[in-house]
Design a protein around this ligand. Structure first.
Ligand code: GRF
Length: 235
């Protein structure tokens, strides 16, 4: 837990590549976020996110959900594991598990998630393909407080990107990642500075109730630029 002047303690839950974890680590190391990551916990063994954490000398734990009889048993073990670190904030960074309401209630107001769509559009999975199928002209990602209903908690900040005619699911996902890696560290930074809270299912930022999420767009030029791997593929 946070002591006087000590940085906010964060536990990060992951299931995959951990590019958001990396963006958060980079922001901490760059001094943009006054927080320390006490542990990274994965429900999937051997994912790249664990290597990223180990590289940054952060303790890692694996709780393989397939070894538990049911969701309640897994969530109880997860909670026990998290409590060993006494975090001020729990960050879901690509954690691909539904959480039980009882678990979520333990961390209400101090658990954040990032979802790859402009909520309330496209809750759930396959958001990029659904955005393409629906002919959306813009898409993006949302950071929100976690509440018991899936992807329905109050939204803090959204990153918006254009959808281009030639986009595929992958090219759109790459563009959305660019905003994810800006907005998640930013929201965590606000929380760490004591500027961000949830009250009555609403977001409070700097003491004011947010009427709508903070919006972020990539600088002009970067919003349609191809990533290095995409350029490579085009050659
Ligand atoms: C991101 O698209 C995030 O929005 C979603 O899961 C993905 C995680 O990617 N919740 P990474 O593991 O952070 O690279």
């Amino acid at each position: 837990m946070q002591g006087i002047n000590s940085p906010v303690s964060v536990v990060v839950l992951v299931s995959g590549s951990g590019s958001n974890l990396q963006a958060i680590l980079d922001a901490i190391h760059g001094g943009e976020i006054k927080a320390c990551i006490s542990a990274v916990i994965s429900n999937v063994p051997d994912v790249y996110a664990l290597q990223r954490a180990q590289h940054a000398n952060i303790p890692t734990r694996v709780l393989d959900h397939t070894l538990y009889d049911n969701r309640e048993a897994f969530d109880a073990a997860l909670q026990q594991c998290i409590e060993g670190y006494q975090p001020d904030l729990v960050v879901l960074a690509g954690f691909m598990r539904l959480l039980t309401p009882a678990f979520v209630r333990q961390y209400q107001g101090r658990m954040l998630n990032i979802h790859p769509s402009l909520l309330p559009r496209f809750r759930g999975l396959h958001t990029h393909q659904r955005a393409l199928d629906q002919g959306e002209t813009s898409h993006g990602a949302s950071v929100h407080f976690v509440t018991p209903d899936l992807d329905s908690g109050p939204v803090v900040i959204q990153g918006i990107v254009p959808v281009l005619k030639e986009d595929t699911q992958d090219s759109l996902a790459q563009r959305v990642f660019k905003v994810e890696h800006v907005i998640y560290p930013r929201a965590i930074g606000w929380f760490a500075e004591g500027r961000l809270a949830m009250r009555d299912h609403q977001v409070v930022l700097d003491g004011e109730l947010l009427k709508q999420p903070v919006l972020y767009s990539l600088p002009v030029g970067e919003d349609t630029a191809l990533s290095e791997s995409e350029q490579h593929e085009k050659k």
